[in-house]
Design a protein around this ligand. Structure first.
Ligand code: NAP
Length: 245
């Protein structure tokens, strides 16, 4: 229980990787404030799973792309929990198509949630952690942000942007003992990748010949959030079964 008494914000905590992250952090003793976009049933399901742990957990419906909503939500979380020690920017969407047919609004929607959404949350979290002189920020990027991907101009740009944001914040906040890292998952079995599951061309691209599990990604996030990773900052860690090496 190395995170006992700490509070974690997990965006996109209602489903998939975010839900697994909430559970992994609660297993280590952290209180959980999860943010979701609108799927209240799934958020409730995550809260029910979190009830198995002796931690405080609450869900917040908030569109991270909306600066004022993010500001109000983080402020409410800070008031309710008393501190913000871990922030996992995990909320994300895809709107895949080749650039030729990608509409400007499809590019903007993905950037607004995946990249600006992380900025909006961190804009509020940053001063809290800076004042505390402690904190862990983990941004969920993607191998698409490292390698690019045909059909994902918007998504890859948002995830590459998150890496630049991660390294910049790491440099700004390192003197205050705050770590900011990114992770770059490959294909993980969630709603987002439903269409790709068990596709031969996907399996062929993964040296380990299987998709990752949300729990495997969550274990990496939990490690980065823990004191075991106190000297790691500005790093991007792939978790992809060897896909992008
Ligand atoms: P998912 O199952 O589709 O879940 C997406 C989560 O993000 C949901 O909790 C959703 O809330 C939330 N969300 C979406 N838009 C939001 C918004 N505007 N404001 C607040 N929350 C919002 O996705 P996932 O596969 O777990 O992916 C999680 C993260 O990992 C994403 O950033 C994704 O890009 C990244 N990633 C995933 C993979 C993969 O293979 N799955 C690989 C690399 C990176 P609702 O439930 O309310 O809709």
């Amino acid at each position: 229980m190395t995170l006992t008494g700490k509070t974690a914000i997990v965006t996109g905590g209602s489903r998939g990787i975010g839900r697994a992250v909430c559970i992994a952090l609660a297993e280590m003793g952290a209180n959980i404030a999860l943010i979701y976009a609108g799927n209240a049933e799934k958020a409730e399901e995550t809260l029910r799973l979190l009830a198995a742990y002796p931690v405080q957990a609450k869900s917040y419906c908030c569109n991270v792309a909306d600066f004022d909503a993010a500001k109000a939500t983080v402020s409410e979380i800070h008031k309710t929990f008393g501190s913000i020690d871990i922030c996992v920017n995990n909320a994300g969407i895809t709107k895949d198509k080749l650039m030729l047919s990608m509409k400007p609004e499809e590019f903007a929607a993905v950037i607004d949630i995946n990249l600006t959404g992380a900025f909006n949350i961190l804009k509020q979290v940053y001063p809290v952690m800076a004042k505390q002189r402690s904190g862990k920020i983990i941004n969920v990027s993607s191998v698409a942000g490292l390698m690019g991907n045909a059909g994902q101009v918007n998504y890859a740009a948002s995830k590459a942007g998150l890496i630049g944001m991660t390294k910049s914040i790491a440099k700004e906040l390192a003197p205050r003992g705050i770590c900011c890292n990114a992770i770059a998952p490959g294909f993980i079995a969630t709603d987002m990748t439903e269409a790709f599951q068990n596709q031969p061309e996907v399996m062929n691209a993964i040296p380990m010949k299987r998709m990752g599990k949300p729990e495997e990604v969550a274990a990496l996030v939990a490690f980065l959030a823990s004191p075991m990773a106190d000297y790691i900052t500005g790093e991007v860690i792939r978790i992809d079964g060897g896909m992008a090496m």
